[in-house]
Design a binder for this molecule. Structure first.
Ligand SMILES: [Zn+2]
Length: 326
């Protein structure tokens, strides 16, 4: 069986099984270049030349340029209609989340460093939680882009992403409520996190659960965009960052649950539970922060790839899907 679907190796001596395939092949080979294509060695625009020709400036075979610049996966990638929308959404989504997490970590760290006397005052907790909620909602606004960045995404994945976007609403509200609770205990002179408060823990677990739901829901479509960048060979971004962040949130949940055990056991065991649980939460928070920083770097890379994708063979030759999206 000869594979007559793609253009095949240029200039290869094919022996096609029927005449129509041979005609198709011949038409493809004779076709001149439809789009702008700078020569791989001298950047001269090869537009209009035959793919069997050579660069008039430096003599490099046109085929060499095609092999060098064409993205072999471009035809598999669905065209993105709103490149600006997707790129901007991606950045806002990740940066919003990174800012939210940074403010949370900074607030908690400062409160601990102050150890009650110099820790955050109620007004600061309220301000901090409002800023976090605003960043969370901004991130959710950016995530809207992930529901359908391009055509050809399964209904299941679109629904998962849509559900994840909806979860941003309660997440912001829970953050605001946690801020109120923290302000309340600060008013009472307590340092948040020195002894577990069941109500706080329950709301924190709710927030962690929502974050987990958001990560799981957005992951399939986010990975589609990662694949886009991979195919363009702009970087090795397939680091399973979102899966790692899920694990980090799981650590936060586990740690919080273990600290809660302090209320049910006594003595040394309670102390151990508290220290161990807190340790897990600190590690989880740091891992989540690192994951978000990595995501921000990846998002910038992917946004760049979305804005300036490499051409596919179809676009260069003026055939196939790549041309009509422009
Ligand atoms: Zn040239």
């Amino acid at each position: 069986m000869t594979d007559a679907v793609g253009p095949g190796p240029v200039g290869d001596d094919h022996s096609p099984v029927d005449a129509s395939e041979a005609m198709k092949m011949a038409a493809l080979i004779e076709r001149s270049l439809a789009g702008p294509l700078p020569c791989v060695s001298c950047r001269y625009d090869l537009k209009g030349l035959s793919i069997l020709g050579v660069c008039p400036e430096c003599g490099t075979a046109v085929r060499a340029t095609i092999l060098a610049v064409v993205d072999p996966h471009a035809a598999e990638l669905q065209p993105i209609r709103s490149r600006w929308g997707v790129a901007l959404g991606l950045i806002v989504w990740v940066v919003g989340a990174l800012f939210a997490m940074t403010i949370v970590c900074a607030s908690v760290a400062r409160d601990w460093a102050g150890a009650g006397t110099l820790g955050l005052v109620p007004a600061e907790w309220l301000l901090s939680s409002r800023a976090v909620a605003a960043c969370v909602w901004l991130s959710g606004l950016g995530a809207v882009m992930l529901v359908r960045p391009h055509e050809g995404i399964s209904l299941r994945h679109r629904l998962m992403a849509a559900a994840a976007v909806v979860l941003y609403v309660p997440l912001g509200l829970v953050v605001l409520h946690l801020g109120d609770l923290a302000a309340e205990s600060a008013r009472a002179g307590a340092v948040v996190g020195v002894a577990p408060i069941v109500e706080h823990t329950i709301w924190r677990l709710t927030a962690f659960g929502l974050v987990l739901g958001i990560l799981i829901g957005l992951r399939p479509n986010a990975r589609l965009l990662v694949a886009r960048s991979l195919a363009l060979r702009t970087g090795r971004v397939d680091r399973q960052t979102m899966l790692a962040m899920c694990a980090a949130v799981a650590l936060l949940i586990l740690g919080d649950l273990i600290t809660l055990l302090t209320l049910f056991v006594g003595g040394l065991l309670a102390e151990f539970c508290f220290i161990f649980g807190m340790g897990l939460m600190i590690i989880g928070a740091i891992l989540l922060l690192i994951g978000l920083i990595g995501s921000a770097v990846d998002a910038a890379r992917i946004a760049r790839a979305v804005m300036a994708p490499a051409p596919g063979l179809g676009r260069v030759l003026g055939v196939g899907r790549g041309t009509k999206s422009e």
